[in-house]
Design a protein. Structure first.
Length: 478
């Protein structure tokens, strides 16, 4: 019951946090400073090419099988103390970065996100920054702030291996794009106890009441972002999370400017930095009609959706959505012009749930046949026809892909498509001798409707190129 409650709170907070350009940091009227530049057009185009990725929440919370960080807010003081000490038991010896990359390639995933530091403050990378004050929740007279000297990272845990470095090195060898998640807030560092979600909040604490502590927080915050953008090679995206209060605004702005100078083409998620960000991330919902007409989505966007109802590891295999769910949503999102990131987490040993792997492999199998209609595509002038057809187009505009979510039967019909005269129409994956694509016969009924004949051989399920969502590649007329 408690876990379900936490999940509802988390989902609601994520939805509220996404509302774009709301609050101090997110007004549409805001303008970036004249000395700031967003990522280049080329970086945006590379990002749009990727289309499909995996979001990974991982930390010592995986030992408990609960959601990442959030449950600590509702714990008793003794439970909070035990939670923040869990790093001493975090020893995922079965983690292998190369094994993860094998999975990503097999499943058609072009990029991934890893939580370098979630809200609880624990870093999965070898940070040289130090936490100087923490909360002792079980002190004799009640919770109190005490001095410490910790990196509070994977290097303080038994494992003592830089997980982020291992993942970045393995991904860069394979050409898999990298997105480093980093939370603005830090619930372990008592120099930073001024966010409204903090499990030990101090409403009167700010940069004026404790300038020394606040200054130490800002320096550590910047140092960690600097480390992530200098120690791990080329980083494609940085997925920032949460927001800091208004009095932090000048310091956050200067931090983002610094980060942009370190890697000019890294794309920043807009969470917490408003107009200084490059892309938006609807979480656990999908825009109805794409970025051009959905007023909530006005920047390049990527849907983040949990596969099993929570971002961190879920032990119950029955809660994982199907591979067909992944494929149908990927198609819909690509047709609307977005990217899609499925979210799962590994367990405390570094292994993904077998059911999660099974669903991802199903989507990978579909993409091996039909990936041409997803990767490197852009929205067509229409994103759908009726309820059962979605459209994408190739980046060079040579082809339009009509994706029939259900088997089209003996004929595929469209009143929106006008093929080039004399051109071929093929179904992706339908190949003849020596692997050559088979051309399908088609006709225009007047100038109103395209009819594509689906051969008898394909009416038998075993002869079809895939198990769902069948793609016709069409050369559009002028």
């Amino acid at each position: 019951m408690a876990q379900r409650y936490f999940r509802k709170v988390i989902v609601l907070s994520c939805l509220l946090a996404f509302v774009p350009f709301s609050g101090v940091w997110c007004k549409e009227a805001d303008k970036v400073d004249s000395d700031y530049r967003h990522a280049s057009a080329e970086a945006y185009e590379r990002w749009r090419d990727l289309k499909y990725g995996l979001r990974i929440h991982w930390g010592y919370y995986s030992l408990l099988g609960v959601e990442a960080s959030w449950p600590v807010r509702k714990m008793s003081n003794s439970e909070k103390q035990a939670y923040f000490e869990l790093y001493k038991k975090f020893d995922p010896r079965q983690f292998e970065a190369e094994k993860w990359m094998d999975l990503f390639e097999r499943c058609g995933l072009k990029y991934f996100t890893i939580t370098t530091k979630h809200h609880d403050g624990f870093s999965l990378f070898d940070t040289k920054s130090r936490v100087k004050r923490r909360v002792n929740y079980t002190a004799p007279c009640g919770p109190t702030i005490e001095e410490c000297d910790l990196a509070y990272s994977i290097m303080d845990a038994p494992m003592k291996r830089d997980i982020v470095k291992e993942l970045c090195d393995a991904a860069q060898k394979r050409g898999i794009a990298i997105d480093l998640y980093f939370s603005h807030v830090d619930w372990f560092d008592a120099d930073m106890r001024f966010d409204k979600w903090n499990p030990f909040p101090d409403a009167d604490y700010n940069n004026r009441t404790d300038p020394e502590g606040y200054g130490r927080f800002v320096r550590r915050y910047r140092r960690q972002i600097t480390e992530l953008l200098t120690n791990y090679g080329k980083i494609d995206m940085m997925c920032l999370d949460m927001r800091l209060p208004e009095f932090c605004r000048p310091d956050v702005k200067e931090t983002i400017k610094m980060a942009r100078r370190l890697q000019p083409d890294v794309l920043f998620r807009q969470r917490g930095i408003g107009v200084y960000g490059d892309y938006q991330t609807p979480e656990n919902w999908i825009p109805q009609s794409g970025g051009l007409s959905d007023e909530r989505v006005v920047k390049p966007w990527m849907v983040i959706y949990t596969l099993a109802g929570q971002f961190a590891y879920e032990h119950d295999g029955d809660k994982y959505k199907s591979g067909a769910w992944i494929v149908s949503n990927l198609i819909d999102i690509a047709a609307k012009g977005g990217n899609f990131m499925v979210s799962i987490g590994p367990d405390g040993d570094g292994n993904f749930h077998p059911e999660a792997v099974k669903k991802l492999e199903y989507a990978g199998e579909w993409l091996r046949v039909n990936g041409e209609a997803i990767y490197r595509t852009r929205p067509w002038v229409h994103y759908k026809e009726g309820d059962e057809v979605r459209f994408t187009r190739s980046r060079d505009k040579k082809y339009v892909y009509a994706i029939s979510l259900k088997w089209p039967g003996e004929e595929f019909r469209s009143r929106l498509l006008r093929p080039r005269k004399g051109s071929q129409i093929i179904m992706l994956g339908d190949k003849g001798l020596f692997g050559a694509a088979r051309s399908l016969s088609w006709r225009m009924e007047g100038s109103e409707e395209l009819a594509v004949k689906i051969p008898k051989r394909l009416q038998h399920e075993k002869n079809r190129p895939c198990a769902q969502a069948y793609v016709l590649r069409i050369e559009p007329g002028a």
